[in-house]
Design a protein around this ligand. Structure first.
Ligand code: FEO
Length: 429
């Protein structure tokens, strides 16, 4: 196959016979969606697939780049040839040009997931004629004449609506954000562009990682496919060794800790930071209490001595988390918040959590941490321990009990809890 060496203004790029990239390059972007940084900008990849009976357009581009998209699209098809508009994902970086495309090709049917249907009104404010909308499932086939589209149900990668589109005749997977990255290079193909491995992994870590279980389910569907080409929604088109990127996703999404801890062990992480050693002593007592429970592997970390990132890796695979912080100026201290704010990168819902800490006169830190843990949908089965200044032996024993009881929850041996519904916070603890 002969391909151009670079993306040229207004020109589509053939990625397979009668399949063209009609996207847009955004080389100057340095921050995406506020949360992601990119040293190399990004691309908004859209595609046109031609069969003997018509053309399918797979996704569009961010609104500011609509002119680039339409220039390329109209260079490879007429509007009245478009039979299908496939929406693999509704985020505005892929649907910015959709309203104009819908108007330009009024005969085209729109193929989208059931979840996307619910979100479409929020994206296309003027609405879309319902007779044009086709909710797909795994049995849906769009026959373009000589090639057909099928759809893979891959929700939460990284929105509820996300799906992939498969062209069996070409071994071609339009993967949406999956296998994408924010890396703009006009040479377009993975065997031509610069080294983008860091960008690929970074994208996974920040976009897909919180949905690891969904990634693994999607891979179960994708891995058996005889893939010859992956065309993602961002970054290079993966034509050289495309399945190596599938394998990389499998590696990134596979829990590693199972190799370290016993197969049936639960893991409890105790994080603390201490100004005068009081919260540190409490942390040790929490650890001691948890260690007395069979089947629980306990680790203790002083946040004064580490960055958040490696701790996030540990937290992703842990079963329980305990945070200890002194109260300074009515709040938990910054290293604790830095770690807690990093937890949006991983799935923590359903893990067990608790808090403790020493304080001088007000002691808000423990409650604030517990609120954050609940906000992240951790289970906080018992109230934390607050100690005024130096912990007594009795107060250290309360910390030991906290550790032990939390560990018992991890292994399913916690004593039944009696709730006093008249107590403040009884229904949220
Ligand atoms: Fe590239 Fe989730 O949009």
């Amino acid at each position: 196959m002969s391909t151009p060496v670079a993306v040229l203004p207004g020109q589509p790029v053939a990625i397979a016979p009668d399949v063209h990239w009609v996207g847009a390059l955004d080389p100057d972007l340095r921050q995406f969606d506020i949360i992601l940084r990119t040293a190399n900008g990004t691309s908004y990849n859209a595609y046109a697939v031609r069969g003997t009976d018509g053309v399918a357009v797979i996704d569009t581009v961010k609104a500011e780049f609509a002119a680039d998209f339409f220039a390329r699209l109209w260079a490879c098809c007429r509007a009245d040839e478009i039979r299908a508009i496939v929406l693999n994902h509704l985020e505005p970086d892929h649907t910015g040009a959709l309203p104009e495309l819908l108007a330009a090709a009024p005969q085209a049917q729109v193929y989208l997931s059931a979840a996307a249907l619910k979100m479409l009104k929020g994206i296309v404010k003027d609405g879309v004629d319902e007779s044009r909308l086709v909710v797909v499932d795994e049995d849906t086939r769009v026959d373009l004449g000589g090639r057909s589209l099928r759809f893979l149900y891959t929700p939460y990668l990284h929105w509820p609506d996300t799906q992939c589109t498969w062209v069996e005749e070409d071994g071609l997977l339009f993967s949406g954000d999956v296998f994408g990255c924010h890396f703009c290079d006009a040479r377009l193909f993975n065997d031509r562009v610069g080294d983008f491995r860091f960008s690929f992994d970074y994208y996974y870590q920040h976009i897909m990682r919180p949905f690891r279980e969904h990634v693994l389910s999607a891979l179960d569907q994708i891995e058996p496919l005889p893939i010859r080409l992956i065309a993602p929604a961002h970054g290079p088109v993966l034509r050289d060794a495309p399945t190596s990127y599938v394998r990389r996703y499998r590696q990134l999404a596979t829990p590693q800790l199972a190799n370290e801890a016993g197969e049936h062990d639960k893991t409890l992480l105790v994080f603390y930071i201490s100004a005068y050693g009081n919260t540190a002593r409490m942390a040790q007592a929490v650890r001691d209490g948890a260690e007395g429970v069979d089947g629980v592997r306990v680790s203790l970390y002083d946040l004064a001595g580490g960055d958040a990132a490696p701790f996030v890796d540990l937290i992703e695979e842990a079963d329980g988390l305990v945070f200890g912080s002194p109260t300074i100026n009515g709040d938990a201290v910054k290293p604790v918040w830095e770690l807690l704010s990093s937890l949006t990168l991983v799935k923590v819902k359903g893990k067990f959590g608790a808090a403790f800490g020493s304080y001088g006169w007000s002691g808000e830190a423990v409650g604030l941490i517990e609120d954050r843990l609940r906000g992240l949908k951790l289970r906080v089965p018992r109230p934390g321990v607050k100690v005024k200044l130096i912990p007594t032996d009795e107060e250290l024993a309360a910390c030991t009990t906290l550790g032990r009881e939390l560990a018992e929850h991890l292994v399913g041996r916690a004593a039944p809890r009696h709730i006093d519904f008249t107590a403040p916070g009884a229904l949220t603890a």
